[in-house]
Design a protein around this ligand. Structure first.
Ligand code: 13P
Length: 332
């Protein structure tokens, strides 16, 4: 492990006023997003859409890194240039999602375990050789009657630690993503309890594996009411409870924190992040975004597969990235 190289990547990823763009939807997930706007799920359409994203105006002013899916990482743009090389050329670090998805967790109904450890070392060696600087692995924790189970939190935290260890062996910064899903009727207090338990379990495992925190980035969900809760907590409460939770559960030496948007509306995702940064100038780590839907969705809805809509969709995407960037420094 080259600690200096990891720290340098973290420094670049966390540079102000930027965040990370998640554009690493697996082909099945991308297919679902396309189906909703009646666009055929083909390799060419996925390339067209991703090319729209990365060539949006001024993107590199707002985004320091982009998380790609394997197909995009190896794909060429219409001018014959690899996406990963183009991103590098405009000052955006290329990263790669390396888990192979959240699968049903045996004997634990309604819970998921993320797979992808087999052969991971060799895949990471290859990604590093081709210029990837960081990786992502997403674990999913579901809130419902009697869940999450300790087994689910532990198995997922253990996998995240093994993943992070292999990343650092290859001088790739691990983005460690334990997502507590927003889906459900639960209160913000329940989300807080589950997020704390998840992070406690996660950092116990990361400690056990001697993960180098300065060379790691946490990608958490916010502490927030369930999407079907009747009395959802307001912006101030979400911002305050999220920051308190992170301050109490995360090591101060962590390289940085970059939230997922997790189904929040565009407006929620920016106002929550903005409030956290406005009210807390003394945090031990940078707190920024690593959004997919909250940056992409409105642009995707404008594009609907038509070349004639590309310019307008790109303006929307840049606009969303700009707002997220402002929120990441509390200047919205
Ligand atoms: P959302 O911002 O849409 O939650 O996606 C972030 C992500 O990368 C999920 O793994």
């Amino acid at each position: 492990m080259n600690k200096q190289a990891l720290e340098l990547t973290v420094e670049n990823m966390m540079s102000k006023p930027k965040g990370i763009l998640a554009m690493d939807e697996s082909s099945p997930t991308c297919g679902k997003r396309f189906a909703a706007i009646n666009v055929e799920d083909s390799e060419n359409n996925r390339r067209r859409y991703r090319e729209l994203i990365v060539t949006s105006p001024d993107l590199s002013n707002y985004v320091s890194g982009a998380i790609l899916y394997d197909e995009t990482f190896h794909q060429k743009m219409s001018n014959g240039e690899f996406f990963r090389d183009y991103l590098n050329s405009i000052g955006i670090l290329p990263g790669i999602k390396v888990d192979t998805g959240a699968k049903d967790f045996s004997n634990h109904p309604n819970e998921k375990i993320t797979e992808g450890l087999d052969g991971l070392r060799e895949r990471l060696e290859n990604y590093a050789l081709l210029g990837a600087k960081f990786c992502k692995w997403r674990a999913v924790i579901t809130i419902n009657e009697g869940i999450p189970s300790e087994a689910c939190m532990l198995a997922n935290a253990h996998a995240l630690a093994r993943y992070a260890s292999l990343c650092q062996e290859n001088n790739l910064v691990p983005i460690v993503e334990p997502e507590v899903l927003i889906n459900g009727e639960h209160s913000i207090e329940v989300c807080d309890t589950v997020t704390r338990a998840t992070l406690k379990c996660l950092f116990e495992q990361l400690d056990l594996f001697n993960i180098y925190y300065e060379g790691s980035i946490l990608k958490p969900s916010m502490v927030i009411s369930g999407d079907k809760n009747k009395k959802r907590a307001d912006v101030n409460t979400v911002a305050e409870m999220t920051i308190n939770c992170l301050k109490e559960m995360c090591p101060q030496t962590l390289g940085g924190i970059a939230f997922l948007s997790g189904g929040q509306t565009d407006e929620e995702s920016t106002s929550h992040l903005n409030k956290m940064n406005k009210d807390n100038s003394d945090l031990p780590w940078r707190v920024t975004f690593s959004y997919a839907r909250a940056i992409q969705q409105s642009a995707l809805n404008i594009w609907v597969g038509k070349d004639s809509n590309i310019k307008e969709a790109q303006l929307m995407l840049s606009g969303r990235a700009k707002l997220c960037s402002a929120a990441s420094v509390g200047e919205l």
